[in-house]
Write a protein that binds this ligand. Structure first.
Ligand code: F6R
Length: 244
């Protein structure tokens, strides 16, 4: 529990910096799992600062994003591809070829193959070293809505009504929010070596408490993190309010 999101973001970014620099010395890559939404923004801001002010290079970094809205092109302002360019990729020196985000425009009959290839690409890169996660009001990680199994892999899912309502303001109306997304599965996420879920503010407190202290259940995907050998919740005071 950190006093605020800025302090947590700083500590996590310093950890990622150390990992990147250690691997660079060995001539090796680091594979980062990336999240979108409001939660990781302070963390990305700090990574950009480390690049600009402290010379941190991302040349040996490979990224895999958790998810993308299905039906949005990469230049749609609410696509996660666009979000990632604006919030981080355009401001650091990561090679474009190292960036992986599920496609929101792959034709329906190719979704299955696309998702399988995404899984294979993660494996070929050596697996995810450090996975960033947020948590939704439904307890989702990635877009693994309630009912997602522990072994689920990258796939197209139907977004929960609550998740679509939460995105409504960004899309100027719930009717404009896509109904589907492509997301890494719970099983994909659990294969990551180090998992960090961030959550800020009191409106996350109830879900954080359920995920950390409640039963491990398909009803709350984030609860599966309890069974992972190296998963942490990095939260602020507000998000910690309901913990016993
Ligand atoms: C985004 C993602 C989601 C969000 C979650 C919280 O890539 O996978 O699980 O992390 O919906 O969203 P925010 O951070 O906007 O509250």
């Amino acid at each position: 529990i950190f006093p605020n999101s800025g302090a947590a973001a700083k500590a996590l970014a310093a950890e990622v910096k150390a990992l990147i620099e250690e691997r660079a010395k060995e001539g090796k890559n680091v594979v980062l799992g990336m999240a979108t939404g409001s939660t990781p923004v302070p963390f990305y801001r700090e990574l950009i600062r480390l690049h600009k002010e402290e010379g941190l290079s991302f040349k040996n970094v490979i990224t895999f994003n958790l998810d993308e809205y299905y039906g949005l092109t990469g230049d749609h302002p609410e696509s996660y591809a666009c979000f990632m360019r604006e919030q981080i990729f355009d401001h650091i020196d990561i090679p474009k070829a190292n960036i992986n985000i599920p496609s929101g425009t792959v034709p329906g009959d190719q979704v299955f193959a696309h998702c399988r290839e995404y899984e294979e690409k993660i494996d070929a890169a050596g697996g995810i070293d450090f996975q960033i996660l947020g948590i939704g009001r439904t307890g989702h990680i990635g877009f693994n809505e309630p009912g997602s199994s522990r072994d689920s892999l990258t796939r197209r899912i139907t977004l929960d009504r609550v998740t679509r309502q939460d995105a409504a303001a960004d899309f100027r109306g719930e009717e404009n929010v896509p109904h589907f997304a492509i997301t890494m599965g719970v099983g994909t996420i659990l294969r990551g070596k180090k998992l960090v879920l961030m959550a800020w503010g009191e409106n996350k407190a109830e879900m954080v408490a359920k995920a950390v202290e409640g039963p491990v259940t398909e009803a709350i995907s984030a609860s599966f993190l309890q069974d992972h050998p190296d998963a942490r919740f990095c939260i602020d005071e507000g998000a910690s309010r309901e913990l016993t």
